[in-house]
Design a protein around this ligand. Structure first.
Ligand code: ADP
Ligand code: MG
Length: 273
């Protein structure tokens, strides 16, 4: 069917909306003008429009995955001071952030260290980078996850919940050692670990090393079985050092003290000579 340019322009918005091609819808006028003016071959125009749709679709998908990830906003490598992180080397952290290898084979990442040393920030930064690289990440406190798993077990939907969680390449369980044994029984957490074993990755942060984990699982046999599965294919970081939180608080206080030493400020500098 032959159409004038105006006739084609009249139907395009409706077609592009019906076909859910919003990026082409926003850009076709500009690009068809350029194509007409510069004499682009039709295939060049078509490829350019589809590339725009593809690129914007990818960035919308990444944004949606980030919104659904629960990752703390702003805890990225951009705000992470590698030199202040005890026990981890920058190249190692950055290589994990690509996801290549360990995420593909469902390996785990375990980060231990005292409070305030940057465990949550480090794993969140890795999580953000993985989302940027097109992976799915779910970040939650271990306590929250245990509660959700328990609720699913009560509804007899634990196994379908575990299957649904398979869509995440990585589940971050922050603060494992905060889970209390009396938080009903935590065997549901063991089921998550067993379900993902050698298939999909789990990252765990914990203040306490394995020796304190018997407080987390209902019995010693389950504790050993959980640790076995987590450790079998894993990277372990020990971020033991001075708390970043404490260090920056101390730096703030000493900055305030040095400011108040100079108070009232010496106005003589500002005086015109
Ligand atoms: P943890 O999880 O080990 O208790 P966090 O990751 O919550 O520690 O860190 C405590 C605070 O210090 C957070 O605000 C975090 O962003 C900041 N922080 C910790 N380590 C670093 C670092 N190496 N660079 C920048 N900020 C850091
Ligand atoms: Mg933390």
């Amino acid at each position: 069917m032959s159409r004038t340019r105006d006739q084609a322009a009249a139907v395009l918005p409706t077609l592009l909306t019906a076909l859910r091609l919003p990026s082409i819808n926003r850009n076709w006028k500009r690009l068809t003008d350029t194509a007409d003016r510069d004499g682009w071959p039709a295939a060049h125009l078509l490829a350019s429009l589809l590339e725009i749709e593809m690129a914007e679709r990818t960035s919308r998908r990444i944004q949606r995955h980030r919104d659904q990830s629960g990752l703390p906003a702003g805890k990225t490598f951009g705000t992470f001071d590698f030199d202040a992180a005890p026990g981890i080397r920058k190249p190692h952290l950055l290589s994990l952030a690509t996801g290549e290898g360990w995420i593909d084979s469902g390996d785990n990442l375990l980060i231990f260290g005292q409070s305030g040393t940057g465990k949550t920030h480090a794993i969140a930064a890795i999580g953000h980078a993985l989302v940027d690289a097109g992976r799915r990440v779910l970040f939650c406190t271990t306590t929250d996850m245990v509660q959700k798993l328990q609720a699913a077990r009560r509804d007899l939907s634990l196994s379908s919940m575990l299957d649904k969680l398979d869509k995440y390449n990585l589940i971050v369980l922050d603060d494992l050692s905060y889970v209390r044994k009396d938080q009903i029984e935590t065997s549901a957490l063991f089921e998550l670990i067993a379900h993902r074993y050698e298939r999909h990755s789990i990252a765990i942060t914990a203040n306490q090393p394995f020796s304190a984990w018997p407080n987390v699982f209902p019995d010693p046999a389950m504790t050993v079985a959980a640790i076995d599965r987590l450790v079998h294919h894993s990277t372990i970081f020990e971020m033991n050092g001075e708390s970043y939180r404490k260090r920056s608080a101390v730096a703030r206080i000493s900055a305030m003290e040095s400011t108040s030493d100079n108070y009232p400020p010496d106005a003589s500098h500002d005086r015109p000579s």
